[in-house]
Design a protein around this ligand. Structure first.
Ligand SMILES: [Zn+2]
Length: 138
């Protein structure tokens, strides 16, 4: 393994405010923060958030974790790192994955770490440092 893509999810107070941030951590090298260009559509849609920004300006805030995986892949190629040697961490409700696995369809619904049960929305569960557990398994 040569590098790890680390994804951080930011969940704001309002429901829509979910943003993703990513770093390409090169083993025995630098940590590179990932950026993307802002589109005019985004600025038009949320002028308050993008006040003072022009189309093409850079931001660390991504709209999906998948966009980060792709941006990290581009950055890795730029640095001469093979995608075969990259792992991705921080995809919601998912463990560490090889780069190519991270681009396949993934079930990111929250589930019990022990029995694998998928939680319905509003269903109670225990969120512990070891992971999420259903009421039966906790
Ligand atoms: Zn369970």
């Amino acid at each position: 393994m040569k590098a790890i893509v680390t994804i951080t999810t930011f969940r704001g107070i309002s429901f829509e405010a979910i943003h993703f941030y990513g770093t390409l951590q090169i083993i025995a090298g630098d940590d590179i923060e990932l950026y993307r260009s802002i589109t005019q559509t985004e600025i038009d849609k949320d002028p308050e958030r993008w006040y003072g920004y022009d189309e093409g300006d850079l931001t660390k805030s991504f709209n999906s974790w998948k966009d980060i995986v792709i941006a990290a892949g581009d950055k890795a190629k730029e640095k001469g790192i093979s995608l075969e040697e990259i792992f991705v961490e921080g995809i919601p409700n998912t463990g560490s994955l090889p780069y190519h696995e991270a681009l396949k369809p993934i079930d990111t619904r929250p589930r019990c770490k022990k029995c694998g049960k998928v939680f319905e929305s509003g269903e109670g569960c225990y969120n512990t440092p070891r992971g999420l557990f259903c009421v039966k398994c906790y």
